[in-house]
Design a protein around this ligand. Structure first.
Ligand code: CTP
Ligand code: MG
Length: 386
């Protein structure tokens, strides 16, 4: 598989007329983001995919940029087929590709394992599509009466993305001369004599077509997340001659925390809590104290790195809570500044961040002012794989 140039095309040039949505449905919000943003993130983030191109309506470039920011895109056509063709021709004009995935923007929830199955199936055939079995009884409707039952054992529902040998699907599209409009690309490859193999599809890939499908998509999106909480704990020694960095801000004090980085115990505890939610080890795993590049480093980059790792998994940070344990300085006067700083670093609103402080009644190392301790808990939602 290595060495292939694999590209992906998202068709998002439709009007969504059946959906009842005010905006073309691919730009309407689903699970908190414009619909097209979900599959764009999944395809762009997949390690086997080199380039993602969006096909959008000639008059939809602005809406696309509002949804995704500036991303490569080309103008589509009057039908889905013509939109796909426009995308394939754009790739052909810019160096081509070995393999292409063609995906409907109207199927927002694309899991990486579907992509993996499609790409491995392409080793044996020029086309591969995700399919699901048909569970309902299927019958012909003849006028106002039910006609014969169609044996459902031999039927499947065909989804996207569909994966193809690039030259084969390009030739099939260029050569299409049949009547009628194909609703997917596998039909074109088959008409050109190419073999298309099925792989296991995914309920998450259900297409948003009719008004009720938006609510169903929200339910599917919510169901794919698992809530996880994890804690973090850290201690650093207080010493004369050091700056005091605590919770991402500098606090004037007669002593400061010592350690390899800026020794911000608050951010360290929080970083460990976030890393814990994805089982990604601890701060030392990612930023070893033995590595000179982290000497004196600002701890905010450790925290941002942990948040980035969670978001790269499609995760959402719901809440963080930090307790600073020290006799001095008094945290109360700085509490709001710390809260604002941590909310900024994690791109959260302030009501998702809680900062608390306590003394230990002059007992123990914190009570004697020898050091500061911090403990944190983070709650995140992580999408379930598959
Ligand atoms: N599509 C496209 N160009 C078209 C028509 C459709 O790129 N001329 C895309 C849609 O944006 C969608 C996918 O093809 O992502 C599947 O099409 P469909 O579900 O039919 O979407 P719409 O055509 O937008 O919806 P409708 O048919 O209800 O108008
Ligand atoms: Mg359509």
């Amino acid at each position: 598989m290595n060495g292939h140039r694999t590209v992906a095309l998202i068709v998002a040039a439709g009007r969504g007329e059946r959906s009842g949505s005010a905006l073309p449905k691919q730009f309407a919000s689903v699970a908190g983001r414009p619909m097209v943003a979900h599959s764009h993130a999944a395809l762009s983030g997949h390690p086997a995919i080199d380039h993602v191109l969006v096909v959008t309506g000639a008059d939809q470039a602005e809406a696309l940029e509002a949804a995704l920011g500036p991303v490569p895109h080309v103008a589509g056509g009057a039908t889905r087929r013509l939109s796909v063709l426009a995308g394939l021709e754009a790739f052909a004009a810019t160096g081509g590709a070995d393999r292409v995935l063609i995906h409907d923007a109207a199927r927002p929830f694309l899991n990486a394992d579907v992509i993996d199955r499609l790409l491995s199936a392409l080793d044996a055939a020029p086309g591969a599509v995700p399919v699901l079995p048909v569970a309902d009884t299927v019958a012909r409707a003849v006028g106002d009466a039910l006609g014969e039952v169609v044996p459902r054992g031999e039927l499947v529902r065909v989804q996207t993305p569909q994966a193809f040998d690039f030259s084969a699907i390009l030739a099939a599209h260029r050569g299409w001369a049949a009547q009628g409009e194909p609703t997917d690309d596998a039909q074109l490859l088959r008409a050109a004599g190419g073999k298309v193999v099925p792989v296991m599809g995914d309920n998450m890939l259900e297409k948003v077509t009719y008004p009720g499908d938006f609510a169903a998509a929200e339910v599917r999106a919510a169901a794919r997340f698992r809530v996880r909480s994890a804690t973090g704990y850290d201690v650093h020694r207080l010493e004369v001659g050091e700056e005091l960095w605590l919770g991402g801000i500098r606090i004037p004090h007669d002593r400061g925390l010592s350690g390899h980085s800026d020794a911000d115990v608050g951010l360290h505890a929080l970083t460990d809590a976030l890393l814990g939610t994805i089982g990604a080890g601890d701060i030392g795993t990612h930023f070893p104290p033995s590595d000179p590049q982290w000497k004196g480093a600002a701890s905010d980059r450790f925290l941002v790195h942990a948040a980035d790792l969670i978001r790269a998994k499609g995760g959402i940070i719901d809440f963080v809570d930090l307790t600073l344990i020290c006799e001095a300085p008094k945290i109360g006067p700085h509490r709001e500044a710390i809260r604002t700083r941590i909310a900024d670093l994690l791109v959260l609103s302030e009501d998702q961040v809680s900062i608390k402080a306590t003394t230990t009644e002059r007992l123990g190392f914190t009570g004697r002012g020898e050091g500061i301790a911090a403990q944190a808990i983070a709650t995140v939602r992580i999408p379930e794989a598959g």
